[in-house]
Design a binder for this molecule. Sequence first.
Ligand SMILES: [Zn+2]
Ligand SMILES: [Zn+2]
Length: 339
Amino acid sequence: MIPAPDSWVTPCPPDRGGGLWVEPGGFHVDPTRPVDRAVITHGHSDHARPGHTHVLATPGTLSIMRARLGDGAGASQQPLPYHQPIQIGEVMVRFVPAGHVLGSAQVVMEWRGSRVVVSGDYKRRFDPTCAPFEPVPCDAFITEATFGLPVFRHPPVEGEIARLLHTLSVFPERTIVVGCYALGKCQRLIAELRRAGYDRPLYLHGAHLPLCALYQEQGVELGDLRPATVADASSMRGGIVLAPPSAMADKWLRRMPDPLPAYASGWMRVRARARQHGVELPLIVSDHADWDELCQTVKDVSPGELWVTHGSEEALVHWATTQGVKAKPLHLVGFGEEE
Ligand SMILES: [Zn+2]
Ligand SMILES: [Zn+2]
């Protein structure tokens, strides 16, 4: 008898570590509290938390964790490259690219003939900064649903980059300051600007410098990057500055020469959010699957069951059910809108 997926992989209450608990392997996936054995899908702070004893992750994710968490990255850290199987307890584990950020992985787990895949966060679009998502057929596919509503359809990134460059040409006296997350979004925007032929220096808020340097060390080409300092204000005029979302409501923004606030996020589809943040140039760029990508992925993976961890669970569960796929929400807590 092949065991049912929910007999060996279960959502874990926060007071026992949170995330997912894999009983026959004796490990958690993306635990929200410190645990003995943690398998981590990727470096975003809601998935890669500090203080675990043993951490298994891809080399890229481990280097991101060390850069962000220092000593908190794990007392013992074990790198596992994509596609290499390893046995933990009774469970065979391997990582497969998730296409989300550098180093991001799906966790493919097998026990007694049953295969469960934890996608972590993922997208299906091309991203020059990370390896593309690979669908793995399985008995249970555990997916996020950050943008799990039919209203969320991300436009092609090339068009959003073209709008940014067009705005720059229309306002040569202003400085476009793009709010974007430090891990993934920032580097993808830079790489897409380079792919569009923009070869001038790009200016970075100090919070964005370390991870950009890490991406460059990992072989991702980002071109000429400079710190955005007030001393350099005249050279930044007519250029592009990238900054964390938190800096956009700060005095820091007003020190830029005639700043034009932009913001790159999947949430920019929602006009009220753009207005609420005082964004003049909303750019809809997301590192998460949109509604069509979520549905396409369920078709590609063709799972026996679909479990939805966080986001708009109910709509995706309902859609999967209409497709004849058994589906349920997991209501995992502690995973958020890192976009
Ligand atoms: Zn993420
Ligand atoms: Zn997440």
